[in-house]
Each structure stands twice: as C-alpha cells, then as structure tokens.
Design a protein around this ligand. Structure first.
Ligand SMILES: NC(=O)c1ccc[n+]([C@@H]2O[C@H](COP(=O)([O-])OP(=O)(O)OC[C@H]3O[C@@H](n4cnc5c(N)ncnc54)[C@H](OP(=O)(O)O)[C@@H]3O)[C@@H](O)[C@H]2O)c1
Length: 255
C-alpha cells in the first residue's frame, strides 16, 4: 500500500497559489508544464531551460527562463530573475543526461572516461543540489512547498543487479544522497517543504529513445502519462515524508 494513502496533506495543487518552476524542458519537463496548467491554475509556471524557445508565451502559459544547471552564473541569474515575486511553491527538476555528444552509457569498465563521468555528475548530481541552493531563499517557510527532482531506479544501489551504465547510475545515486541530506537540513530551515526524488518509469523521450527496443509497450509511458503520475505522487506527499525516493506509482524505492 502507498505510505500516504490515509493521510490528508491538503496538498491538492489546484488550491495552491504562487509560482512553480520546472527545470529542463525535455519530454517529461514539457508534459509537466502542460499538466500543471490544467491541474494547478493558481500557480504561475516558469520553465528553466538551456535554449529559450523562439516564441512564447506557450499554449500552456508558462514563461521560459534561461538556465544551464552546469553553470553557477546561470543559477545565480535564475535566482535573481525570480527574486521578489510570489513564493515558489513547487520546483521540479527534470534535467538529466544519459547520452549525447561524447557520452554513452558504459557497458563495461573499459568504456569509462573521466570527461563523461564529470559531465554526468555535473548535470545529474551537482545540478539539482546547486539548484536548491540557488532557490532556497525563494521557498516559503510558512506554506507547504515541494522541491522534487527526477532520479532513476537505476540509481538505486540496492536494486543494481544488472551492472553497466556506471556514470548515470552513480550520478543518480549521488543525487539521491545529496537531496536526502538536503531534506534533513530543510526539516529545520523549511519545515513545510517536501523534498522528493522521483523515478518516472521508462518514458518515451529523447533520453530513452535509443533504449526503448526491449521495453514492452505497456511499460513505456507517454510523457503525458508520466507527468500525470508524477504530479499524483507529489500530491500525496507532505513534509513528514520529505527525503523519499519514490517510483511513478507511489511505491518507495530502496536506496
Ligand atoms: N525517459 C525515461 O525513461 C527516464 C527514466 C528514468 C529517469 N528519467 C529521468 O527523467 C528526467 C527527465 O528526462 P526526459 O526523459 O524528459 O529526458 P529528455 O527529454 O532528454 O529531457 C532532459 C532535459 O534535460 C535538459 N538538460 C540537460 N542538461 C541540462 C543542463 N545542464 N541544464 C539544463 N537542462 C539540461 C535537456 O536540455 P537540452 O534540450 O538543452 O539538452 C533536456 O531538455 C531525467 O532526469 C532522466 O534522467 C527518465
């Protein structure tokens, strides 16, 4: 049974007022922005993305802000751009890196290289916690809020029975530890904040595209379905469950 089923957190996003920030406007990020427009009409939504779209506002009404999670200057500029506004009630980081130019998930030890390890950690591990540092002053102390970041089940050390994908697995595991530590600190500093690590399930996006072949159709989610599921999980969480690692169906994932 999901741990929160009997708990009323009054966290129905439809009642929330303030701002929301989704970082990373990839497959799941864009779908989350569209779902938030439907589900959280009182939240003014921002999208933190590396490349600003040619035209906006979008159909969903969210506003783009330039953000490269791997750049301290960019994080500082994001913080300044959001300063002085309504409280930031919801932050969801969806930025992630599995493959790209010069980076591929390693099948064996011989495939590791320092530069790829560093790039993976910069985005998948250091980015989320430095994002939290940049936004800390903008989160409310006196209202419930969420700081969530997408992790991956393959980041679970206990669940690693297959091996491979060294840098992505390790960077997601590092993210989990960094945000678990953050959750403990924010219990005192931001007592109404819930910090969460979320596994979306295998979702049809550019990140998973090269690895979808063996995935049964019913286990490959559309980004829209993922977004709905992830927001439902968040709506069931409150500050007393801060620091958890949750799958798309609300079950806890072992560290
Ligand atoms: N899809 C899956 O099956 C799956 C499964 C488990 C976990 N996840 C996790 O879910 C999250 C979302 O992935 P997705 O499937 O939506 O992948 P996606 O479509 O590839 O989106 C990832 C986004 O991250 C952005 N990004 C990468 N580096 C960045 C940086 N330095 N600063 C800001 N943004 C950056 C990318 O921006 P650019 O467009 O500028 O490159 C891209 O828009 C990731 O954390 C991923 O690890 C996904």
């Amino acid at each position: 049974m999901c741990p929160w089923q009997d708990v009323d957190h009054q966290s129905g996003l439809r009642h929330w007022q303030g701002r929301a920030l989704v970082v990373g406007a990839g497959g799941i990020g864009k779908a989350l922005l569209n779902e938030l427009a439907l589900r959280a009409p009182g939240l003014e939504c921002f999208a933190g993305q590396r490349h600003l779209p040619a035209s906006y506002p979008s159909a969903g009404g969210w506003q783009p802000l330039q953000l490269d999670l791997a750049s301290d200057a960019s994080l500082a500029a994001l913080s300044a751009a959001l300063a002085g506004g309504p409280p930031l009630r919801l932050v969801i980081n969806t930025a992630g890196l599995l493959h790209g130019e010069g980076i591929q998930p390693e099948k064996r030890l011989a495939h590791l290289n320092r530069a790829a390890l560093e790039r993976s950690f910069a985005v998948n591990a250091f980015g989320p916690v430095l994002l939290a540092q940049a936004l800390e002053q903008l989160l409310p102390r006196d209202q419930p809020c969420h700081f969530a970041s997408l992790s991956a089940r393959v980041g679970s050390i206990a669940d690693n029975h297959l091996g491979g994908w060294y840098s992505y697995r390790a960077a997601k595991a590092a993210q989990n530890q960094l945000l678990r530590t953050l959750a403990l600190e924010w219990r005192r500093r931001l007592p109404l904040c819930c910090v969460s690590l979320l596994h979306p399930g295998t979702t049809a996006t550019p990140l998973s595209a090269p690895f979808q072949a063996g995935v049964p159709a019913e286990k490959l989610f559309s980004p829209e379905r993922s977004a709905r599921q992830l927001l439902t999980v968040l709506e069931g969480l409150g500050p007393e469950l801060s620091g958890g690692f949750w799958a798309w169906d609300g079950t806890a994932i072992p560290w």
